[in-house]
Design a protein around this ligand. Structure first.
Ligand SMILES: C[S@@+](CC[C@H](N)C(=O)[O-])C[C@H]1O[C@@H](n2cnc3c(N)ncnc32)[C@H](O)[C@@H]1O
Length: 375
């Protein structure tokens, strides 16, 4: 359609100003990411101020390393206006700058040490990449990850009468109780940037080094995060140090035969086992903080899309959005993921999945190894 050209920029001009190719802009148009609202009389794409604003957001997120699909979800979110995008981009860029500065400092330190014939420990070498996984996958998280009320009720009950609560590995803030004074800790800038407006104050730090004095909170909680910590026991001890009570929602991979417990790992993704080698058992973790581990069944219609959540809704695992919000799928690698999804799709259409797992359809909840540690 030929529109009113006043205030519009041609595709060539936009490409020149933004430092991208015309082909890139054509591609963004073709996939519906940035569709110019008009055409010149000669049929060239023409961009309005609104189109340019959207393009600027897209390019900003692109430079930060977000994928095009993730960017589409971010810029299409009607709850986020241009100012909120600018604030988020600014925050992410500052984090990136700080992280780059920290990496330069760590590299300088290692170069100095090497010059003196000292080799950095493997732990020190890895520290500079801490929380990197969620920097790359975190933006897909809010699509399916949210508070499951029945699990939240268990966590909040375990917090007892705590008035001040520290939420470690807080992500986007699921499970933070609204009726208590919450402080969040989250190392990933991408996750911090996605916390909703009005969410609890969030500090950039890791579980293993909590920047708080001893006993500064009534309780500390950690939900679906301990398996990401480089040193879970050190992190749990830190929680124990800063709080009177500790509540942790985690997974038990120590009971013999655990791989068989869930059809997804048993029949489609045995690679999951490789992710949990050296993983302390909930009993070991509970011992480290002096507490107990209780089983938490997963309701069939669980609202939080963690790895096991769709045990009675197998088709959900065919959905890319469901998988991208769960780190397991990224960690096993694309080949294992693709094979698992292809095999599951085949078994669902041939009826083989139903043959093997049909009895699950009669259950309202399942015990798949989730545990609540309370100390
Ligand atoms: C699966 S998400 C869970 C987020 C949130 N607790 C929830 O229930 O939705 C795991 C979170 O742990 C964070 N994380 C990774 N390493 C961490 C560490 N060493 N200390 C604290 N959090 C960490 C990740 O950045 C990510 O936000």
């Amino acid at each position: 359609m030929v529109g009113d050209m006043e205030g519009h920029l041609t595709v060539g001009r936009v490409a020149g100003l933004a430092g991208v190719s015309v082909r890139t802009l054509h591609h963004y148009d073709e996939i519906g990411l940035v569709e110019p609202s008009a055409r010149t009389a000669a049929g060239y794409r023409a961009y309005s101020a609104g189109d340019v604003e959207r393009l600027r957001e897209v390019l900003g997120y692109r430079r930060l390393g977000f994928g095009l699909r993730e960017i589409a979800a971010l810029v299409d979110d009607p709850a986020v206006d241009a100012v909120a995008h600018l604030r988020r981009l600014r925050g992410l860029l500052r984090e990136q700058r700080d992280r780059a500065a920290a990496m330069v400092a760590a590299i300088d330190k290692e170069l100095e040490a090497r010059a003196m014939g000292i080799r950095a420990t493997p732990e020190d070498q890895l520290k500079m990449f801490g929380a990197q996984l969620y920097e790359s996958i975190g933006s897909a998280y809010p699509a399916t990850r949210r508070t499951e009320p029945r699990i939240a009720a268990r966590i909040w009950e375990a917090l007892g009468d705590a008035r001040t609560v520290l939420n470690v590995g807080a992500g986007t803030g699921s499970y933070e109780p609204a009726d208590r004074e919450v402080t969040a800790v989250e190392p990933s800038a991408v996750m911090r940037a996605q916390r909703p407006a009005g969410a609890a104050r969030c500090v950039a730090a890791s579980a293993e080094r909590l920047p708080f004095p001893d006993r500064s909170f009534d309780a500390a909680m950690a939900v679906s995060t301990v398996h990401h910590w480089p040193d879970p026991v050190a992190g749990l001890r830190e929680m124990r140090r800063v709080a009177r009570r500790v509540v942790v929602f985690t997974y038990d991979a120590s009971t013999p035969g655990w791989l068989e417990r869930f059809w997804l790992t048993r029949d489609y993704l045995p690679e999951f086992a490789g992710l949990l080698t050296d993983w302390p058992s909930p009993a070991d973790m509970a011992r480290a903080i002096g507490g107990r581990a209780e089983p938490v069944p997963i309701p069939w219609d669980c609202a939080d899309g963690f790895f096991e959540a769709h045990w009675r809704r197998p088709e959900a695992y065919l959905d890319e959005h469901v998988r991208r919000a769960v780190s397991v799928w990224t960690r096993v690698g694309t080949r294992a993921e693709q094979r698992a999804v292809d095999n599951l799709r085949d078994d669902l259409s041939s009826g083989r999945w139903a043959e093997r797992n049909g009895d699950l359809l009669a259950l309202d909840e399942a015990e798949l190894g989730l545990r609540l540690l309370v100390a």
